[in-house]
Ligand binder design. Sequence first.
Ligand SMILES: Cc1ncc(COP(=O)(O)O)c(C=O)c1O
Length: 466
Amino acid sequence: MAMKEFDIKSLIQSRFGENYSLHERYMNKTLVTVLRTIGFDKCYKSAKGAYLYDADGNDYLDFLSGYGVFGMGRNNPTIAKAIKDAIDMDLPNMVQLDCALLSGLLAERVANLLGGRLNAVFFCNSGTEANEGAIKFARAHTKRPRILSLSSGYHGLSYGSLSLTVSPHFQDGYGPFLPGAMKVPYNDLEALEAELKKMDVAAFIFEPVQGKGVNIPSDDYFPKAQELCRKYGTLFVADEVQTGLGRTGKMFAFRHWNLDPDIVTLAKALSGGYVPCAAFVTTREIHQSSFSSLDRCVVHSTTFGRNNLAMVCGLAAIHVLENEGLVENCAKMGDLLLQKLNALKEKHSYIKEVRGKGLMIAIEFKEPNGFGQKLAWKGLKVANDALFTQMIVTSLLDKHRILTQVASHGLDAIKILPPFVIGEKEVDRFVNALDDVLTNAANVTGPLWKFGTRLLSAAMANKKNK
Ligand SMILES: Cc1ncc(COP(=O)(O)O)c(C=O)c1O
């Protein structure tokens, strides 16, 4: 039999456009229905920096960043070159019973970024897996069973992390959850202390800026929560999966409050946008509580965790971050966005609040002022709680080719998570587009509201067909 050459380029070219039908047939067909309904069923052909491109060469400004993965921009040339160079070197990979150089180098880099006492690194493949590790190591170190998280927090969807992501939307149908996992109300030190006092809490895990809804507590909350954790012997765990490596305008978001966590979890941007790369970083003492004897030297382990290409991506991503001043750029562009979006708030009564840090921003909506607009808003709310925000998100894509997302279930807010590489051009394109979409929203018989009605009918028809 003649050997056939594998040619990925011609495979992609010959099947381009079958994206949605393949997913409908073999993967999550419910997602396909949703994407078609909200007009997100695009086939992107290429990507660079802050932009995606379709087959006609139209550019789409990516303020979604693959849920925060593309900090260094899409297809960053420095990271791409590092991967290609590493492949060309025919390196030994995942020998497992050895100590590879690349994982050692990335561990050194991450520990140096964190500085101080966090210098023991465990590499894994996703944010949720980093948090699972943090939970296990906290229990092993403190010999306590319970883990606390915050209301409206998100830590991932595998069982330990999902037990701490206390939300009916994510949890319904999947119980029972990890015994001892419990949420405490956001921004409430008394409630936190009441639980910590029981002296059975291994860890309190928090996102310095919450991803779902972009929530930031009062200034004294985290410093006092840290004090309470120290007082009662509970480990203070910062989930920096989304906020880490510059996103909020500091290398780590916990630095906005000068915190000193016992464990930090990382993922997303550490991948450089190419190969999954995640980690949790602890003190040496906490690390050794798990790897406590020779026969426990691989008691926590994952086959792909230290793979070469992931390590190359991590090293190259950190290089780009530092070399191109991207943390500073996040702070600068974030301030500019907040300033310009707050100016829009003066113009559009639909905007309730603009909040965020660096390039992690939510724009929350409310019932507007005009009589007709109030009526339309109320009518839509009765029919479907999330529809107004979805109308805005869809209009931004449809009319202005900008990708954004609904910030959280049950919240009238959109969230933007731009790549760290954006400049003033991208800030202005987004602000002008939102201005235009909200101006159109003032006309309740205009195309935006007609589209809202269409969305509603599609959602209802889909419910009936189930
Ligand atoms: C704060 C936070 N923690 C954990 C996770 C889970 O990460 P992953 O999707 O890589 O499992 C996410 C993902 O969005 C996140 O934002």
